[in-house]
Ligand binder design. Structure first.
Ligand SMILES: *Cc1c(COP(=O)(O)O)cnc(C)c1O
Length: 370
């Protein structure tokens, strides 16, 4: 796995231009979508990013060690009174998304001014985390009297931002704008990567991109303006000649229609190359066909089932003797978009990136350190 840190920085700058005058946070949950938060976060910081989002307090604690000055928000909330002290100790900002979270943070012992800083998450149509708009407004009125909590950010999350025509986005925007009235003077944030491309009225004070930083396509059906950050490659470990009529891989789901040159490649589902990208024999997959590799300037299809550690590709069209043991096949990267590789497995770039197993060796290029 090659991770291009210069492309990451370029993506941050592109999003900053797109979102201006709003600021751009970095969403680095799940180890920066599998890319390695320890490498990604400092690059974003150097590009000007000062606000970061993680999902779990453990991720926040790890990030604090790298970025002593950053604002670190924890999206999944507080995890109960036992977890609250860690937020105090590591200066993590919980994103409070339920009445239970609110009362837990209100009860947390705090000395010093601007007590108990946090974000308030309001649900405007996702039905995942967040106070209802009514709960959020009631909280704002009460907290204005008690001052128990210091909201640093009001936020909500869009359900359909990747589809620019979906009517839910505008309804969520209107609902969010109504709640904002009760939080005057507090920054607000609604847009993820896709939302950053929905128009200026979605940007507010801060946008929260994740996938677009890592090169994923933010808007379905549109050209991807982001630079490729991740390239996954695997080595050919054997080249075999098989005859028409023979079958390939488990379940014998693929019968060769012609004499075939098979490139056997050292990557499989244990590496995060999904079994659902098999060329055939995936009962539940809705889409036709499977994944492709890119080998010597050509797209080569997966033959039969992806196995745990190995995947077979049809290299016949490359011509005789074009493939050798040791050649590298691109699984996704500059020639096979991560979104297309994911679609071939019936999933999305987010799942493909976050499932790249530890077994992948991560090679970082384009950083200021090399
Ligand atoms: C993961 C997440 C994001 C980032 O989403 P992308 O689609 O990757 O840009 C932003 N906000 C919240 C609440 C999230 O959970």
């Amino acid at each position: 796995m090659t991770i291009d840190l210069a492309a990451l920085a370029a993506n941050y700058r592109l999003l900053a231009r797109q979102a201006a005058p709003a600021a751009v946070a970095g969403v680095v949950k799940a180890d920066a979508y599998g890319l390695g938060a320890g490498h990604v976060a400092p690059v974003l910081w150097d590009a000007g990013c000062r606000t970061f989002f993680v999902a779990l307090p453990e991720e926040g604690i790890a990030l604090r060690a790298i970025l002593p000055e950053a604002d670190i928000f924890v999206l999944n909330g507080l995890f109960g009174p036992e977890a609250a002290p860690a937020y105090g100790e590591y200066r993590l900002l919980p994103v409070l998304g339920s009445p239970t979270d609110l009362s837990c943070w209100e009860a947390f012992g705090w000395d010093g001014d601007a007590p108990r800083p946090c974000a308030i998450h309001v649900d405007t149509g996702m039905n995942r985390l967040g106070l209802t708009p009514e709960e959020a407004v009631a909280f704002a009125e009460e907290n204005a009297l008690t001052g128990a909590i210091t909201p640093r950010l009001l936020m909500s999350h869009l359900a359909c931002a990747d589809d620019p025509d979906h009517p839910l986005s505008r309804r969520q925007l209107e609902s969010f704008q109504a709640v904002r009235q009760a939080f005057s003077g507090i920054d607000s944030s609604l847009a993820n990567s896709s939302g950053t491309f929905l128009g200026a009225d979605f940007a507010f004070d801060l946008v929260r991109p994740g996938i677009a930083l890592y090169g994923g396509r933010p808007v379905n059906g549109a050209e991807n303006p982001m630079s490729t950050v991740v390239t996954a490659e695997a080595r050919v470990v054997q080249v075999r000649q098989a005859k028409a009529g023979e079958t390939v891989s488990y379940g014998a789901t693929h019968t060769l229609a012609r004499d075939t040159t098979i490139a056997v490649v050292s990557a499989g589902y244990a590496d995060g190359y999904h079994r659902a990208s098999s060329g055939s024999g995936v009962p539940l997959r809705q889409v036709a066909g499977g994944g492709h590799g890119f080998l010597h300037d050509r797209k080569v299809p997966v033959l039969g089932r992806v196995t745990m550690d190995l995947t077979m590709f049809d290299a016949t069209d490359l011509g005789a003797d074009a493939v050798s043991v040791g050649d590298w096949v691109e699984l996704f990267g500059p020639n096979i978009a991560v979104d297309d590789a994911a679609a071939a497995a019936g999933t999305i770039s987010y799942e493909l990136l976050t499932s790249l197993a530890k077994r992948y060796y991560r090679h970082y290029v384009g950083g200021t350190g090399n």
